[in-house]
Design a protein around this ligand. Structure first.
Ligand code: GRF
Length: 205
């Protein structure tokens, strides 16, 4: 059984896709141990509670400095000791110690086709604003392993989405979530749980 911890900052629709996948058996052999958010008002925490999943809030604001927050975050994660950490719209930089403690066991979903529109400063709607400003006809989403860089780890899965008639960052965000993110994040978790993707490797097909 793959034990996962999902880290979220906002609405948690990607978390919901994972919960649904486990409940409808499109994700097998997987259990969500806990959901962690930096934002106590994140609706994602409510989604977790509704499904009987432990929901924890760890906010940098409640610590005197980033070092103390990082230490507490690492300690909590160390106690949970999941097989896989899933960053599903998590806007906090993962402490270097956690990357090294969980090397190859952290994945992230990014709402573009890496290496386009990724890296420092490309998060949330900013990614879609940049894609529209460049006039790309295709964007998409990427699931990748997390290393010390920003969106630089090995790519696991990608799915392309036609920009089509989307004219606003919000409409493009919605299309990419529906057509790509909610598909490839559950799929990547299922493939990791099934041993088809080895820790730290890209998908072969
Ligand atoms: C998604 O677009 C994800 O790719 C990005 O943040 C958003 C999170 O949305 N990193 P949600 O909280 O899963 O609804």
């Amino acid at each position: 059984m793959l034990k996962i911890v999902v880290c979220v900052s906002g609405g948690g629709t990607n978390l919901q896709a994972i919960i649904d996948g486990i409940e409808n058996n499109s994700i097998t052999n997987t259990q969500i141990q806990a959901v962690i958010s930096n934002n106590k008002n994140a609706y994602a925490l409510e989604r977790a509670r509704k499904h009987g999943i432990e929901a924890l809030c760890l906010s940098p604001r409640e610590f005197s400095d980033r070092e103390e927050f990082n230490a507490s975050f690492c300690q909590t994660m160390g106690e949970l000791n999941p097989d896989l950490i899933v960053l599903a719209g998590f806007l906090v930089t993962i402490p270097a110690r956690m990357v090294s403690d969980f090397r190859g066991r952290i994945i992230n979903i990014h709402p573009s086709l890496i290496p386009s529109f990724c890296g420092v400063g490309y998060y949330g709607l900013k990614v879609h604003e940049a894609a529209l400003a460049r006039g790309v006809k295709i964007s998409g989403a990427t699931v990748h392993f997390v290393d010390e860089g920003t969106d630089t780890g090995p790519i696991i899965l990608q799915k392309a989405v036609e920009v089509g008639a989307c004219q606003t960052p919000e409409s493009l965000q919605k299309k990419i979530m529906e057509e790509a993110e909610w598909v490839i994040l559950p799929l990547a978790i299922n493939e990791i749980a099934a041993g088809k993707i080895k820790i730290g490797e890209s998908r072969e097909e």
